[in-house]
Structures are given as structure tokens and as C-alpha cells.
Write a protein that binds this ligand. Structure first.
Ligand code: C5P
Length: 227
């Protein structure tokens, strides 16, 4: 079975506020993007990975990844994450059986979690890494008044990678676009087709770097952040 990975790196990074896109910030001497890409490059099941990046960052991305094992190419992203991932799906080789989608902004992904997602998606067709919610989650109205407190034991924080049988994912994407539906992850598009998506244990360390607080302190110094 052939496994291809799409790494979504075409976000604007507005919530980070660092000036440079977060995938080029460095942690322990390596850029976030290189750390993320290396995890897939080194995975036992992965045959190749693609990166989707903003149009102004194609050359820089190419430069960082061109000599990395299993690097297959770059797609230019779109306005929403869903548009970006679809650009990656369009680049997949014909013989791809399973697709993993991963956020470039999750550089702490472990081999164990990648393996679990691939194994479960091969077994079941669709699998997602997730961890139990630690905080209490409430909904709120426009006046700032809480309207509902959700039962925490039924809630999960959804991570990436998310793995799918390729044709299933492409069909789910086409349905979403046809209905003008936009989701914040890939699994929701599969859920909307009625196909069950299975959970595997993610890792609390597999955070999505979103705001400056998510960067280790030593990486914030000298980057122009207000630390
Ligand atoms: O915006 P969000 O935090 O959901 O982004 C998750 C991942 O998707 C990030 O790695 C980001 O670079 C990517 N993304 C993308 N194209 C967009 C928006 C986000 O590839 N238009």
C-alpha cells in the first residue's frame, strides 16, 4: 500500500504576529517546517510527502526541503485550509492508496502517532489523532453569556495527522465544495458523507503552534516578539 502525506503550510500566521510565517521560525536550530517534514521523511510507512505553501514562499520551501528524503513537491495553497489541502490532493501520484494530512504547524509529531494513524486508516479507511479535553468547554452567546456546558468526557481535541483511503477523501472534498461547506479539519468532510472516522491516541505534546505562547521561550527571544 502506498502512503502519501500532504503537509499544509499555506496559512497566513496572523495569530502568531511574528512577521515571518510560523513554519520558518526556528526551534532548536531547525525551522518548524523542517522539523515537521523530517518526521514524515523518517517514517517507516510513508512513501512520499508534498508541502502546500503560500505563493510567496515556494522558493524558500523548496530550498529547505529539496534534499530531504521522500520530498515529492510543492503545491501553492488557497484562501482556506480546505482549499490548500485540495491543491495537495490534486498532486498525488495515481498509485497512492492512503493519504495523511498534517498541519505544518505541528512539529512535535511523534513516529508513534504517525504509525497509529496510518495503521488505523489502513484498517478502517479513516483515522484521526485526538486527545481528551482538559478544560471545561462552554458555548457562549454574543452578549458573553454562557449558553451550554458540554459534557467533557465526550469531547476530544482533534490533532493531525488525519489519515484516509484516498478515493474516500477526494469524494468527501468534492461533496463539501459542491455544497459550499468549509470545515476546520479533514475528518469533518468524511463525517458528512456518513463514513465513520476512528480515533487513535494522539499526544498532548503534538500541539499546533498558533500564537507566540506556543513557541518555546528561548525561540521567542530575538524574533521581534513581545516576550
Ligand atoms: O489555520 P489553522 O490553524 O487551522 O491552520 C492549520 C494548518 O493549515 C497550518 O499548518 C496552516 O499553515 C495550514 N493552512 C493552509 N492554508 C490555509 C490556512 C491554513 O495550508 N489557507
Amino acid at each position: 500500500k502506498k502512503v502519501a502525506v500532504i503537509i499544509a503550510a499555506a496559512g497566513s500566521g496572523k495569530r502568531m504576529g511574528s512577521g515571518i510565517p510560523k513554519q520558518f521560525l526556528e526551534i532548536e536550530g531547525k525551522s518548524v517546517l523542517v522539523k515537521t517534514a523530517l518526521a514524515f521523511s523518517q517514517n517507516q510507512y510513508v512513501d512520499g510527502f508534498f508541502v502546500v505553501t503560500g505563493k510567496d514562499f515556494v522558493e524558500r520551501t523548496e530550498e529547505l526541503l529539496k534534499s530531504m528524503d521522500k520530498f515529492m513537491g510543492i503545491a501553492v495553497g488557497g484562501a482556506e485550509r480546505q482549499d490548500s489541502v485540495y491543491k495537495g490532493l490534486e498532486m498525488l501520484p495515481e498509485d497512492t492508496d492512503y493519504v495523511l494530512v498534517h498541519d505544518a504547524a505541528r512539529p512535535f509529531i511523534t513516529q508513534n502517532v504517525i504509525d497509529l494513524v496510518i495503521e488505523k486508516s489502513v484498517e478502517k479507511g479513516a483515522a484521526v489523532a485526538a486527545v481528551p479535553v482538559k478544560d471545561t468547554i462552554k458555548t457562549v452567546d454574543e452578549q458573553g453569556v454562557f449558553t451550554n456546558t458540554l459534557p467533557r468526557d465526550q469531547l476530544r481535541c482533534i490533532q493531525t495527522p488525519q489519515g484516509f483511503q484516498k478515493e474516500l477523501l477526494i469524494k468527501a472534498y468534492k461533496k463539501a465544495f459542491a455544497e459550499n461547506y468549509y470545515g476546520t479539519d479533514d475528518a469533518v468532510l468524511i463525517e458528512r458523507t456518513g463514513f465513520p472516522v476512528h480515533l487513535v491516541d494522539g499526544d498532548y505534546s503534538n500541539i499546533k503552534i498558533t500564537t507566540k505562547e506556543d513557541m518555546p521561550m528561548e525561540c521567542r527571544i530575538g524574533t521581534g516578539y513581545d516576550v
